[in-house]
Write a protein that binds this ligand. Structure first.
Ligand code: ADP
Ligand code: MG
Length: 257
């Protein structure tokens, strides 16, 4: 069963200005894929369509399914989209955590979709939930900060907490939208390494958007590149050189450089 199956995905926020143009892709369960593209190429929009945060255009023929459940079809988001979110962990560039809450409480939020609603809202997590959350913090290497306020962590530590939250959620798919864009190189490498490890060891499918290709080559098996909403490369990292890939997705920037 593919983790993600997208067919002819098009999206325009304004008339005649397509942000995504007939994008089709299939990502198998267990893959770690980098979504590459310059700023404005449509990476976030594609990830938001997959997670169901955004809706395809009315009247479009686009379809997207996640683990065989249809998220987008017949010109709209389906009623199944909400159910899929239980299996999907979403990580953004920033604003991932609730600042005033402890790191542990933030990570426990991963259990919200799995806990009876009233328990979650009262913060009444089970002992098993807490153990799971602490184990996740251990795995991402920030167990020592479990009881700190989230706002006191560095950017890289916050992103690792967001990964721990996805682990606690038992996400089968992580969609990470430029999770390292505002991090220094060492922290960025740690966050990418953490994503790669849970992909390898837990079999979590990871799709991570990046606007620079070095990390994609170091940590991912496959690259999907967008240029102005069109898919310009989809293949293994071993199938293309950095220079060729950069020329494909970013040739405007290169030619003016
Ligand atoms: P990326 O993540 O690759 O930088 P985005 O998917 O964020 O690209 O944006 C692609 C294009 O779509 C940009 O031109 C952006 O301005 C436009 N866009 C994104 N979201 C919206 C929106 N909600 N309304 C209007 N235009 C949008
Ligand atoms: Mg973006």
């Amino acid at each position: 069963m593919p983790a993600i199956e997208a067919r002819s995905v098009s999206k325009a926020f304004e008339r005649n200005k397509p942000v995504l143009n007939d994008v089709s892709l299939s990502i198998e369960d267990g893959e770690m894929v980098a979504l590459i593209g310059a700023s404005g190429s449509g990476k976030s929009t594609l990830l938001r369509l997959i997670s169901g945060l955004e809706t395809i255009d009315r009247g479009s023929v686009s379809t997207i399914s996640v683990f065989d459940r249809t998220v987008q079809a017949s010109g709209g988001r389906t009623t199944e989209a909400r159910r899929i979110r239980r299996d999907v962990g979403v990580i953004f560039q920033q604003f991932n955590l609730v600042n005033r809450l402890s790191v542990l409480r933030n990570v426990l939020a991963g259990r919200l979709g799995k806990t009876p609603f009233w328990r979650g809202t009262l913060g009444l997590f089970t002992r098993a939930d807490r153990i799971r959350a602490l184990q996740a913090l251990e795995r991402v290497g920030i167990i020592d900060f479990a009881h700190r306020r989230a706002s006191r962590l560095s950017g890289g530590q916050q992103q690792r907490a967001a990964i721990a939250r996805a682990l606690t959620q038992e996400a089968r798919l992580i969609l990470a939208d430029e999770p390292i864009a505002s991090l220094d190189p060492a922290s960025a490498d740690k966050v990418m390494g953490t994503l790669a490890r849970i992909n390898r060891e837990d079999g979590v499918t990871v799709v991570v958007s990046l606007h620079q290709i070095d990390h994609a080559f170091r940590h991912c098996q496959r690259i999907i590149a967008l240029k102005r909403g069109t898919l310009v490369y989809d293949g293994p990292v071993s199938g293309i050189s950095r220079a060729d890939l950069a020329a494909l997705y970013d040739s405007d920037t290169l030619s003016t450089a």
